[in-house]
Design a protein around this ligand. Structure first.
Ligand SMILES: [Zn+2]
Length: 155
């Protein structure tokens, strides 16, 4: 079925891990908004992130990307297919700068010891604060950091 969803036009059987610009929107005809596809896992490998690790990474990126990019971050959200995340930023931010910010968070947050290291995991701040996976998050962030480093060095 034909669809207006940009990611439905991507062939996921050949999609590799990566950092892709997926959509460019313009709000009120003036403000560009970019949606990035942070693909942690190649779909064809069926090596999905655990839902608990996804939730942990969501908290870490939501918090630390805003420390680095401030109000340039519109949202950071998991993909339901468990292979990556969407990062939506104000379009005036250069892609390299966005990638470097994600890389920095991957590097700084991939050696966590416990849930106490994860911002916002409290009953007041989160809908399911018992639902996390520190080891899974550490591994996924370390691997994605390695990939981003390669991508940045090839540019
Ligand atoms: Zn939460």
């Amino acid at each position: 079925m034909k669809s207006k969803v940009a990611s439905f036009a991507v062939d996921h059987t050949t999609l590799d891990r990566g950092f892709y610009l997926r959509s460019l929107y313009t709000v009120a005809k003036v403000y560009p908004i970019k949606s990035y596809d942070l693909r942690f896992r190649a779909p064809r490998e069926k090596a999905y992130l655990s839902p608990e690790a996804i939730h942990t990474i969501e908290h870490l990126m939501a918090h630390y990307l805003r420390e680095r990019l401030g109000n340039k971050v519109v949202s950071f959200a998991p993909m339901g297919c468990k292979t990556g995340f969407y990062l939506v930023v104000k379009g005036c931010t250069p892609q390299r700068k966005v990638m470097e910010a994600v890389l920095a968070v991957c590097r700084e947050q991939s050696n966590l010891q416990s849930a106490a290291d994860v911002p916002g995991l409290t009953v007041v701040q989160c809908g399911n604060p018992e639902f996390y996976d520190i080891e899974g998050s550490n591994t996924a962030l370390a691997e994605y950091g390695d990939l981003l480093e390669k991508l940045l060095n090839n540019k």
